[in-house]
Design a protein around this ligand. Structure first.
Ligand code: FES
Ligand code: FE2
Length: 450
């Protein structure tokens, strides 16, 4: 068991470099993070009909996600209960049954073992098929059409798991009648630890003007002013948010669609804003016009306003398989959806301009820790800590600007909590006090600044 206190100092805003390179840490993550959290699987609109399925990952486990005849969605381990072969090799499709390519066991869309070759002659009619269905994922649920699965039956419900983040997500998941994903996902391999892109997307407004200096100049538009940190707007330019279960985001006010040369998206959002205001109030109407870099803990990231939506599937401590969809609102016209998809592919698709900039840094942040001396070092996420606070109207902990590391600190606070807790009951016991180390960290930072 790893000593989590050696890895994360929550109030100090410091992490060990071991979090990016350590087999023992990784094995514990698979169990305690990926084995316990709600993990994104797909969007309901991608499997609308009975028998529609996609294959997905939950951590390193392969799963099969299937729309049932009654309209519900079930998920199973994609592993044959006979000798463990992968049951379904397709990425997606429609099927009445899933038949294993090894010896031909056949499972229904509900996961039950329906038939096996030579059942009478080789098993003498004595085989108990009811016992050998595919192993179901304990919980599957959908939040506003976004489907998640969880291996841990003790986990809180999906709305409880999203918690305060659900309030924020509703801005674009519900404000104008819902959002959906355009698939199938693009897929690529990055040689980095899964937490490097997760922390980057959840909270790194700092790197935009630097890492992406050339790309945002080429892209043009209002964002290009950030290149080289030349015109970084500070006061009242945005916020950072972190929440109970490590979800969070940074928002740049009025940043929606800024990456698009074509103003169609910004015009659409401005037209829709009054609808969001009427339904969800002023704060979320303001958030609706922002650009968000965001994460749903542990490994689901998205940029609202650029509209890329990603899963960082772990492949060992130093490699990930990246899956990328485009996020669109249902109310958008087909032309606008096409434009948004095009821009999302240009920027954050597998060969996107901004994706390529980030990839190099993410790989190097990981592989530099191959050296054991390097790995003993610490990493700093204290930016903006001095201003972390509660807000009378906004849930969670709020950082004063979009360039800050509030959501980093919240991400690792929950990561450490989960890595240490023996079960969800132990996590629940901290519900009333989860903000304390972050607030304490802010007080400490104020002391340092004084
Ligand atoms: S391993 Fe699947 S039928 Fe034998
Ligand atoms: Fe980036």
């Amino acid at each position: 068991m790893v000593d989590v206190n050696q890895l994360v100092d929550v109030a100090g805003g410091v992490q060990s470099k071991r979090v990016f390179w350590d087999q023992e840490v990784y094995e514990q993550e698979l169990d305690r993070v990926f084995g316990r959290c709600w993990l994104f699987l797909t969007h309901e609109s991608l499997i609308p009909n009975a028998g529609d399925f996609v294959t997905a990952y939950m951590g390193e486990d392969k799963v099969l996600v299937v729309r049932q005849r009654d309209g519900s969605i079930k998920a199973f381990l994609n592993s044959c209960t006979h000798r463990g072969n992968q049951v379904c090799h397709a990425d997606s499709g429609n099927a009445k049954a899933f038949t294993c390519s090894y010896h031909g066991w056949s499972f229904g869309m509900d996961g039950a073992l329906a038939a096996l070759p030579l059942e009478q002659s080789a098993y003498y009619g004595k085989f108990d098929k009811a016992e050998w269905g595919l192993r179901p994922v304990a919980k599957v649920d959908s939040y506003r059409g976004f489907v998640f699965g969880c291996f841990d039956p003790q986990a809180p419900s999906l709305p409880d798991y999203l918690g305060e983040m659900g309030w924020y997500l509703d801005t674009w998941m519900d404000g104008t009648g819902g959002a959906e994903l355009v698939g199938p996902p693009m897929k690529s391999i990055l040689r980095c630890n899964w937490k490097v892109p997760s922390e980057n997307f959840i909270g790194d407004g700092y790197h935009v003007g630097w890492t992406h200096a050339a790309a945002i100049k080429v892209l043009g538009g209002p964002l290009s002013g950030l290149a080289g940190n030349a015109e970084i707007p500070f006061d009242d330019a945005g916020l950072q948010v972190t929440s109970r279960h490590g979800h969070g985001f940074g928002v740049i006010w009025d940043g929606v669609g800024l990456i698009h040369n074509d103003p169609a998206y910004r015009i659409y959002a401005a037209e829709k804003q009054p609808e969001v205001a009427a339904k969800l109030g002023d704060w979320r109407a303001k958030l609706y016009m922002g650009h968000w870099n965001a994460g749903i803990f542990p490994n689901c990231s998205y940029l609202y306003g650029t509209n890329t939506f990603k899963i960082w599937n772990p492949r060992g401590p130093n490699e990930i398989e990246v899956w990328t969809w485009t996020l669109v609102e249902k109310a958008m016209s087909p032309e606008l959806k096409r434009e948004v998809v095009k821009q999302a592919i240009h920027s954050f698709g597998t060969a996107g301009t901004l994706e390529s900039d980030d990839g190099e840094n993410m790989e190097t942040c990981t592989w530099s820790n191959r050296g054991p001396q390097t790995r003993r070092g610490r990493m700093n996420s204290q930016m903006g800590q001095v201003n972390d606070t509660e807000h009378p109207e906004l849930p969670g902990i709020i950082g004063k600007n979009f360039i800050g590391e509030t959501s980093y600190r919240g991400f690792y606070r929950f990561w450490a909590e989960l890595m240490e807790a023996k079960d969800w009951a132990a996590v629940r016991a901290n519900d009333a006090t989860w903000k304390e180390p972050l607030i304490k960290g802010a007080a400490k930072a104020q002391g340092r600044a004084a």
